[in-house]
Design a protein around this ligand. Structure first.
Ligand code: PHE
Length: 330
């Protein structure tokens, strides 16, 4: 067979292979080896050059090179069209009706949401926000607030001691003292924060909870103003239909004192949300305010209780379980 015929035969073989060009990469490689490999069909033809008459060699070399270039370029374009097809198939087979991949995002804890609302309401009527220590000495948490050694609030059962003379504050009222020690009247602050009590846990009491303290000291502050401000707060928080009552009470650091209850329609009973009163002149004396000039009111509200009433949550312990099924409702 002449070289020309052999070239024609290889060309035909290759054309036939192209017609059934494989899509599988292993088979594609086998084809590449068969035609273009070091011992492939094209290379084998080149190896016969030695036995060709010298005067025919130039012509033969030219034909062989043409074959090689042709096979190479047709092979590469076949490979390219296979991979193009595959990419197209991948897009064609995307199912656009599948649900998207869910990226869960967190929500703001209902206690934080309630705190934010309380702060906004009091800011709108002229209160500034202050913070104070969660671990304090007995002087600021008790003594300066006129809570005597024998007072039940001082009882070991109610107070978590960190060490001698260092307690987890049992209320945010300790910050009343810090504020008045550091600033001259008139002052008007609310103080949000965590408080701790070593008491029996129930649906409405937990060892840890949040309070917002309020303290307003000026020359003419009356109980009527205290009542008016708290009434305004409760209405903005719960709406005008809220059922509220002021009930006389006792705190060593206010005189007179009261508590505010909100009607809990889920349980058909009153729920206490805050204690309040006119700042006891003894407290003013302790911090060095002249009680013949300055008057004030104070209050301390329980944020968990307010959130329970607002969102109709039956048990305070839900706030501290971190159960996502509970939290994601807010
Ligand atoms: N500190 C009191 C409590 O925790 C609440 C309170 C604050 C009462 C300020 C009167 C004035 O129960």
């Amino acid at each position: 067979m002449s070289l020309k015929d052999k070239i024609g035969a290889v060309r035909n073989d290759f054309r036939a292979a192209l017609d059934k060009f494989p899509t599988d990469s292993i088979k594609i490689d086998e084809l590449r080896v068969r035609f273009l490999g070091r011992k492939g069909e094209v290379a084998q033809l080149f190896s016969t050059m030695g036995s060709i008459l010298a005067e025919e060699r130039a012509e033969a070399g030219k034909l062989l090179n043409e074959l090689k270039v042709e096979v190479q370029s047709l092979f590469e374009s076949a490979v390219e069209s296979v991979s193009k097809n595959q990419r197209k198939k991948e897009t064609d087979s995307a199912d656009y009706t599948l649900p998207g991949i869910d990226t869960p995002i967190g929500s703001i804890h209902p206690i934080e949401q309630t705190l934010t609302e309380v702060k906004e309401i009091f800011k709108s009527i002229g209160f500034s926000i202050a913070y104070g220590p969660e671990i304090d000495d007995e002087y600021h948490n008790f003594e300066a607030l006129n809570i005597q050694k024998h007072h039940p609030a001082r009882d070991m059962q109610d107070t978590f001691f960190v060490e001698d003379n260092a307690v987890l504050r049992t209320h945010t009222s300790n910050v009343q003292i810090h504020l008045m020690e550091n600033e001259e009247p008139p002052i008007r602050y609310i103080v949000p924060g965590r408080v701790y009590r070593n008491e029996a846990i129930s649906y409405k009491s937990f060892c840890l909870f949040h309070q917002v303290e309020g303290l307003f000291v000026d020359k003419n502050v009356s109980f009527a103003e205290l009542k008016g401000s708290l009434d305004y707060f409760v209405r903005r928080m719960f709406g005008d239909d809220v059922k509220i009552r002021f009930r006389p009470s006792y705190f060593p650091f206010t005189e007179p004192s009261a508590e505010v209850d909100i009607w809990n329609s889920e349980r058909n009973q009153w729920m206490e949300i805050l204690g309040c009163g006119m700042v006891n002149p003894k407290v003013f004396e302790t911090v060095g305010y002249d009680s013949s000039i300055w008057h004030g009111y104070a209050f301390g509200m329980g944020i968990e209780r307010i959130a329970m009433l607002k969102y109709k949550i039956q048990d305070i312990r839900h706030f501290y379980r971190n159960d996502i099924r509970f939290l994601e409702q807010f």
